[in-house]
Design a protein around this ligand. Structure first.
Ligand code: BGC
Length: 730
């Protein structure tokens, strides 16, 4: 295996402070710590999040993933001047984020305003071995004679979520000259959060204004580095009865920085062993993007606990309030499914555990079965904010309609349940939890559809394209609902539940559900009215994609009345259910709808890449793929400030494996139809299928699959069926 990539920040540019704080977030699924610089800058937002710790502030309708007290800040007073990269002179600067381990290393040479020079090195990582621990190390070297330095660090409870304070202090304590602990509780959800820190040199403490700080004074001799280490343990009442006690116990066992990093690296190595996708490409950027997405997808997935799922920004920022969307099941879960399916079982269990809330939501809206919330957090109740940001032109707030009508999430979750079963063959899960989820979601569609002129139609919905609201018969929704009910029947039959009234109702639904067909010009109508709406030239908005610039020129209501897509919709359908239409129809719809799509959502590009690749538009596919990779890695200032685009990271993996790698699952069998981009020599990845890890190596004109056992596995390569025992080479 080649070395996993590193991400570099070579320039000090405050416009990008928050971008890099997101890009270099270190995490381990339990927590995520944004890469704020150790010293404060107004341009940067610190952030530390623990999966599942949400709170609803007074007067708010939805919860925030709580930004926890900070442990990353180190204030350096060198020769009576506070160190800042905006003060004195920076003679050398580099920050490197090692994706192999999640360690950040910033090195600089700073010239003090008094002319003396200092070498500074700041390192930090979140342990993958000990999930509660964050380690930091700073090293200061005076390069121009003796010097005085004062270092202040500690636990800072002044953190907020965009200004909202979610925690109150319970106690602040100091246990020796090096140990300290802050114990906090969330104001509404009542989670107890204890933060315990220990530093490697004695200091003096102060506790004031929700900050518990320790100050270390040090005399530096020329060229003799002074090192200070800090380890912090975060624990919450979600996993332990007494987080404060847990913190003290855990920190007592903590080893030094380097030894702990080595331990953590070993666990990351195991991850890379299984999950690494290696590409030999003309552009080194492709490998970086794959490593970047793999690192972050792992770092944001709470595999340790089935009560939590992955937020739209993972654990990398406050954006989307840490809420869970369809992003998880459709865009993120596959990355784990074909590597470690048990992680997806947990993600699905998160939904299963909240069936009751989903049933209540259905009932409240006059439906049966389970209507999963569009946005979900800890409680499993609907968390979508009532209003979006104020439209600065009209001064009015726009209602967010997704909670009321973006019902495709129900079928998306059902789709993920079936995918999980196909890949894992986990009967135990399927026969109970899986089937229950399928039946509840199918029941929802049966009650959601209405009979009109002998057909079941699904009225007043929002499809994946959120620029088109309150429409009838969104093709994506109808087809996915059909699939949902069809799969429910399949599994009811499999598990001996055929002779029930519900089974008959499902059959009747399948017979009568209206499935929009391609029209005379081969277009699948996105919904009943879409194709009759006026079109406008979107090039100006496409050039600024991701920024929702169109909403500055047009109101949402106006956008709704034109053929404008925010993101893949019919194309999303073509991606998820690849066997519905001929290649010719797929190509025609891809071209048409792409022209009308701004790609203002990060969920769009990579999906287009997959579908383009399937219809042989390889150049376009590669362009879409590269653009998808740039969403975070080359974000414009502001684009990724509030966190990374988790679904887009998942889609980078999807477009590599399901796009260029040509993997497809169809009717429960595994297919391989690779089409590598012209600039790729080799693509290698592993793929777990029916409990067996396949190693797949693709070159422009060879396919090699190896496996570990001789148990036969069926695989279709370019449509031809192979029964593979040890592997195959074509
Ligand atoms: C997209 C949704 C997505 C959400 C969270 C929105 O902008 O339109 O499809 O689920 O972001 O990523």
């Amino acid at each position: 295996m080649s070395r996993v990539s590193v991400l570099r920040e070579n320039k000090i540019d405050p416009h990008y402070f928050d971008t890099y704080a997101s890009l270099m977030t270190a995490g381990n699924g339990y927590m995520g710590v944004r890469a704020g610089f150790e010293e404060d800058y107004p341009e940067q937002t610190r952030g530390m999040f623990v999966a599942g710790v949400y709170n609803k502030a007074q007067g708010q309708v939805s919860s925030d993933l709580v930004n926890l007290p900070d442990v990353t800040r180190f204030e350096l007073e060198i020769e009576n001047v506070n160190f800042s990269m905006h003060r004195g002179k920076i003679l050398d600067f580099q920050r490197v984020f090692d994706l192999e381990t999640g360690e950040i290393n910033r090195e600089l040479i700073w010239e003090h305003p008094n002319g003396k020079r200092f070498g500074l090195c700041f390192k930090r990582f979140v342990s993958k071995k000990k999930l509660h621990r964050v380690y930091a190390k700073i090293e200061i070297t005076s390069l121009s004679g003796d010097a005085d330095v004062r270092i202040r660090t500690g636990i800072d409870g002044q953190q907020t979520n965009f200004g909202t304070q979610h925690l109150v202090e319970r106690s602040l304590r100091v246990f020796s000259e090096t140990w300290m602990q802050g114990d906090y509780v969330t104001t509404q959800s009542g989670h107890d959060v204890a933060v315990t820190s220990m530093i490697s040199a004695p200091g003096s403490f102060t506790a004031k204004n929700r900050q518990l700080l320790v100050t270390v004074n040090q005399k530096l001799a020329e060229n003799e580095p002074f090192t200070l280490e800090k380890v912090s343990v975060i624990a919450t009442s979600l996993e332990t009865e007494n987080p404060a006690e847990f913190g003290l116990g855990d920190i007592r066992e903590a080893k030094g920085y380097e030894e702990s990093l080595a331990e953590s690296r070993d666990v990351w190595q195991e991850f890379w062993q299984d999950y690494r996708v290696e590409v030999t490409s003309e552009s080194a950027f492709d490998q970086l993007a794959l490593d970047f997405s793999a690192y972050h997808l792992e770092a944001m997935t709470p595999s340790h606990d089935e009560r939590f799922s992955v937020g739209a920004k993972g654990l990398t920022g406050e954006g989307y309030k840490g809420h869970v969307f369809w992003d998880t099941e459709i865009f993120i879960a596959p990355f784990h499914l074909y590597n470690h399916p048990e992680k997806v079982r947990k993600l699905l269990r998160y939904r299963y555990l909240h069936l009751e809330q989903a049933r209540k939501k259905a009932e409240k809206n006059g439906y049966q079965g389970a209507l999963f919330p569009w946005e979900s957090a800890f409680s499993g109740e609907e968390e979508t904010p009532e209003f979006a940001a104020i439209n600065v032109r009209t001064g009015k707030r726009q209602k967010v309609a997704s909670a009321l009508a973006e019902h495709h999430i129900v079928a998306d979750i059902a789709h993920a349940v079936v995918n999980y079963y196909e890949a894992s063959q986990d009967e135990l899960f399927m026969e109970h939890d899986g089937l229950q989820m399928l039946q509840d979601t199918a029941r929802f569609w049966l009650s959601r559809a209405v009979l009109k002129d002998g057909k079941y139609v699904i009225l007043d919905v929002i499809g994946p394209d959120e620029y088109t609201e309150h429409v009838d018969n969104n093709a994506y929704t109808n087809y996915l609902a059909h699939e949902n009910v069809y799969q429910t029947l399949r599994f009811m039959a499999k598990y001996g539940q055929k002779h029930t009234a519900f089974y008959d109702l499902c059959e009747a639904f399948l017979r009568k559900i209206y499935l929009p067909q391609p029209d005379a010009s081969k277009l699948i109508p996105q919904d009943d009215t879409f194709l009759g709406k006026p079109e406008i030239d979107l090039s100006e908005y496409k050039a600024r994609q991701g920024s929702q610039a169109i909403l500055l020129d047009y109101s949402r209501a106006e956008v709704n009345e034109m053929q404008i897509l925010k993101q893949a919709d019919v194309v999303m359908l073509l991606y998820l259910l690849p066997n519905l239409f001929s290649e010719d129809i797929v190509g025609r719809n891809l071209d048409y709808y792409e022209e009308h799509t701004i790609h203002d959502s990060s969920l769009s590009k990579a999906i287009h890449a997959i579908v383009a690749n399937r219809v042989g538009q390889q150049e376009k596919a590669y362009r879409f793929f590269e653009e998808a990779c740039r969403i975070d890695l080359e974000a414009a200032p502001g684009g990724s400030d509030e966190g990374l685009h988790a679904a887009s990271l998942g889609a980078i993996w999807l477009s590599t494996i399901f796009g260029f790698g040509g993997v497809a699952i169809s009717d429960g069998s595994l297919h391989l139809n690779p089409r590598l981009p012209a600039g790729w020599k080799r693509l290698a990845f592993s793929f777990v299928w029916h409990g067996e890890r396949l190693e797949i190596v693709l070159e422009q004109d060879t396919i090699r699959v190896t496996k570990q056992t001789t148990a036969p596995i069926e695989i279709h390569v370019f449509g031809e069926k192979h029964r593979m025992t040890t592997g195959l080479e074509i």
